[in-house]
Write a protein that binds this ligand. Structure first.
Ligand SMILES: [Zn+2]
Length: 373
């Protein structure tokens, strides 16, 4: 996936004599396709093959392409686009996709998780067809970054032919944006389901660390949440081809934490501001959240309590523009006349849509007393 323009929305509300800050930032929107450069001659799909593809008992099943616990240490950020027009819609009629996005993006929280290493694994047994490595992991943030990856949009990638699955002939999987130097297979290798192919990275046209998985049957892209033979659009009859059902969670938490300065989206993807202990003389204390899939009108509640249980922030606000990724923070500047109280500070964030609480998370920070001499 990529970021297409540099729109940024910022709003600052200074409450109670300028001590408390609430700033929301919507990340630039994602609007254009990627990850097709390993397809090469895989564009043989015709209207005829399209009609012939239907769900059969022989249709193979595919596992998630990443060795992590979905909803805990990884999440699905973007789905295949099911709208053939220049608009985009995911299978759940949501907006967690972009025009002509052909795969599913399994994301990890930040580049620190990426550095620790999260394995990309084969979704099914097969034979490695093509491999590319050597593309630098550099998240795309603007048009110049995008131009720089022209021709290598998939980044470091692997394509597997699943023709060896009994009666599963014609299936292919493609894995994109792997970490530079991490690919562990070569063309001709036989792999099993779960074989490690490499590590999650951010190479090619990627604006966050993730692995993009495209499924193809006879060269035609298949949305694994819907299965072959489905009509275009959302809320169609679905026959998912995942081995185990994968939940549709179009809104969720990426990370939350504390900082002593306003974070940027870029810094959050880098993995900064994960401290749980900070000095009491910090210039400010901010509680930040990074979430995906916010919609216009979503209600957000922020709470920040000092160690005595006093409400330093108790703020309710509404999202004023839908966004695929989003961040906000609240907090307080340190005041020499009334300095921060050392001890455990408690923060809570809720994202509410209608009568449903979609995200609720708590964090604790220890403000450490300075040593007296
Ligand atoms: Zn993708």
């Amino acid at each position: 996936m990529r970021i297409s323009n540099a729109r940024k929305y910022g709003a600052a509300f200074f409450l109670s004599l300028g001590l408390i800050v609430l700033v929301s930032c919507w990340s630039p929107e994602v609007t254009q396709t990627a990850e097709s450069s390993l397809q090469q001659a895989q564009t043989l799909a015709t209207g005829m093959t399209q009609q012939l593809i239907t769900q059969t008992p022989q249709t193979p099943r595919f596992g998630q392409p990443i060795d992590c616990q979905l909803g805990q240490d990884c999440f699905i950020l973007l789905y295949p686009d099911r709208d053939p027009s220049p608009n985009a819609v995911d299978f759940g009629c949501g907006r967690q996709t972009y025009d002509d996005h052909q795969g599913t993006d399994f994301a990890i929280p930040d580049e620190q998780a990426m550095a620790r290493g999260v394995p990309v694994i084969a979704s099914q047994a097969g034979t490695v067809l093509r491999v590319r490595d050597g593309v630098v992991d550099q998240r795309v943030a603007n048009e110049a970054d995008k131009t720089a990856v022209t021709g290598t949009e998939c980044g470091n990638g692997v394509v597997i032919d699943h023709g060896s699955i009994p009666q599963g002939t014609g299936w292919e999987t493609q894995y994109c944006h792997l970490r530079q130097g991490s690919i562990q297979v070569k063309p001709g290798d036989q792999v099993e389901k779960g074989t490690v192919l490499g590590l999650v990275g951010a190479s090619g046209l990627a604006s966050f660390p993730h692995v993009h998985l495209t499924l193809r049957y006879n060269g035609q892209v298949i949305d694994p949440f819907v299965g072959p033979g489905a009509t275009a659009g959302c809320n169609v009859t679905r026959h998912p081809i995942w081995e185990k059902p994968l939940a549709y969670i179009p809104t969720g938490l990426i990370r939350a934490g504390f900082s002593t300065q306003p974070p940027t989206m870029d810094e959050l993807w880098q993995g900064k501001f994960n401290e749980t202990i900070l000095p009491e003389n910090s210039p400010a204390l901010l509680f930040w959240v990074q979430v995906y899939g916010v919609l216009t009108g979503d209600k957000m509640i922020f709470n920040l309590d000092d160690p005595q249980g006093n409400k330093v922030v108790n703020n309710e606000t509404f999202v004023n523009e839908s966004s695929k990724t989003w961040m906000a923070y609240v907090g307080k500047r340190n005041n020499p006349q009334q300095p921060f109280t050392p001890g455990t500070w408690n923060a809570e964030y809720q994202l509410i849509r209608g009568d449903r609480t979609l995200v609720k998370t708590q964090r604790q920070l220890i403000l450490k007393a300075e040593k007296s001499n």
